[in-house]
Design a protein around this ligand. Structure first.
Ligand SMILES: [Zn+2]
Length: 242
């Protein structure tokens, strides 16, 4: 969609005077903030719409993130976001031991599934991406089918949201420590929420807060219908940027 690519360019342009990040770092941080926000949006939709989940909810949320990256952005921007978010998982996998008992799949598995689904969404144009990111041929064989299933499953949910009555969604910012990184995060999130509110009627207000939470993470809190983007996350991403 052209509109989203334009918004993406606009965010970068608007954000530049306010931030202390150089362009490459800002791009990396923004890609990962968006991918993580889309993941949290998956949790929110599952909760607010009472969606059935046949498998690990964390996987379903990861899948929505790739579906939205593919749907919202022009090819060049989508590929850049896919590289940046793949690197995010790869970097985590280098830094931490895999947690096999966790609710999330191990980071490297999330990495390969992201690459596979992204490649599967447009295999004619993304063979180089799959190669460069090391997707084994054995997995690549099923990626187109995997993406089609993902796009059908989440697609019917997104169609329902797109067909709903126009309804504004709120973005609440709680910035306890106001610094340039928080401002950057707020601009990225505000633009994204505005874009979403234009096309999708969410089943109720969805609050997005930016606040410190003691760890570099993001959460969906069903008791408040609130997505919390931790300020520590932006800081962590800025330091981890390749
Ligand atoms: Zn999650």
């Amino acid at each position: 969609m052209t509109r989203f690519a334009a918004i993406f360019a606009m965010i970068l342009a608007l954000a530049s005077p306010a931030r202390a990040l150089d362009d490459d770092v800002a791009g990396y941080v923004e890609s990962n903030l968006l991918a993580i926000f889309y993941h949290e949006l998956g949790h929110a939709l599952i909760d607010l719409m009472g969606l059935p989940v046949f498998g690990q909810e964390e996987d379903a949320a990861d899948v929505l993130s790739v579906v939205l990256i593919d749907a919202f952005f022009e090819e060049e921007a989508a590929v850049q976001i896919a590289y940046d978010t793949a690197f995010g998982f790869y970097d985590d996998a280098q830094q931490y031991e895999p947690i096999f008992w966790g609710v999330h799949g191990p980071d490297l598995q999330r990495y390969y599934t992201l690459v596979c689904l992204f490649y599967g969404a447009n295999p004619d144009e993304r063979a180089d991406v799959a190669d460069e990111l090391g997707l084994p041929g054995e997995r690549a064989e099923t990626c187109e089918e995997e993406f089609d299933l993902a796009a059908d499953s989440w697609g019917s949910v997104l169609d329902e949201l797109a067909a709903g009555p126009a309804q504004r969604t709120d973005l609440v910012l709680e910035i306890d420590t106001r610094n340039e990184l928080d401002v950057f995060t707020a601009e990225v999130m505000q633009a994204e929420m505005d874009a979403l509110a234009e096309d999708f009627a969410l089943p109720g207000d969805l609050l997005v807060a930016i606040a410190p939470c003691g760890e570099a993470n993001a959460f969906y809190d069903p008791s408040e219908a609130l997505i919390l983007m931790c300020t520590e996350l932006t800081e962590y991403l800025a330091n981890a940027a390749p």
